[in-house]
Design a protein around this ligand. Sequence first.
Ligand code: VGL
Ligand code: ZN
Length: 204
Amino acid sequence: MKALILTDVQNDFLPGGALEVPEGDTIIPTINKLQNYFPLVVATQDWHPEHHLSFASSHPGKKEFETTMLDDTEQILWPDHCVEGTRGAEISGKLSLNKAAAIFRKGIDPKIDSYSAFFDNEHKSTTGLSDYLKGKGVKEVYIVGLAGDFCVAFSALDAIREGFKTFLIEDGTKPIDAQGFEKIKAEIIKEGGHIIKSSTILSE
Ligand code: VGL
Ligand code: ZN
């Protein structure tokens, strides 16, 4: 069984949003088409309380996109984004959600960030997504959404570790930083993941 994971297609990650991904909106028509080819579709939502520790505004003297240490993990300090209940945190109205069986929220713990759809950045707590997928007999996961170099890539790496055959659909995502994306794609391949194009699926 195959599952498609729609990662963080939220207003704040789209052009005009608080943490916009360049051309992030251009992937939405592709993602909408892809959904028809999967028996299971799930979505994720970055969902932070106000004053989340991943926000630069929570660290006086620090600027956006600088880093700091949170516990023993290096944390990039982001603009305030995807604050629970705000319009920026809403999934884009252009994304079809009719086929989505469930939405998994992450980043809820005020003190720890969570890029991956599966675990927080320190692998201390799970979102429940892995057990959910395994419970449905999923063996292969296909990942799309935003941002390619963060939540999409981290989700792919965790999916591999969780034992899923893992595919990142390259034209179903856009990165914040193109160079960082190239690096982490190489890591995904090294770990046994696959980078594919949507045409492989849409022509089936
Ligand atoms: C994301 C940075 C901070 C993402 C979420 O969805 O890729 N990136 N929070
Ligand atoms: Zn976030």
